[in-house]
Design a protein around this ligand. Structure first.
Ligand code: SF4
Ligand code: SF4
Length: 78
């Protein structure tokens, strides 16, 4: 886990660098564990999750559930 919102699986990561190029605020850099994500800078756009061909960057499971519940509530309201 790299933050309360994002999780990173280094065993899936190939170090391709796509997420580094894609991050709009340069919060991802090469690191000793293939990449390093600066969770203090991350603005949670989730572009890195979308671009990663190996699904190595994931939404933190707990947050995923909370977001899904949020949208389920919103769907039921509208
Ligand atoms: S979620 Fe967005 S801002 Fe955060 S590290 Fe990924 S691409 Fe960068
Ligand atoms: S896009 Fe995915 S596989 Fe490529 S460096 Fe980033 S986390 Fe690793």
């Amino acid at each position: 886990m790299i933050s309360e919102f994002l999780a990173f699986d280094s065993t899936k990561c190939t170090g391709c660098g796509a997420c580094i190029v894609t991050c709009p605020i340069k919060a991802i850099k090469p690191g000793p564990n293939k990449i390093y994500i600066d969770s203090q800078r991350c603005n949670l756009c989730f572009d890195c999750i979308d671009i990663c061909p190996k699904n190595a960057i994931l939404l933190n499971h707990k947050q995923h559930i909370e977001i899904k519940e949020h949208f389920n509530i919103m769907e039921n309201v509208s």
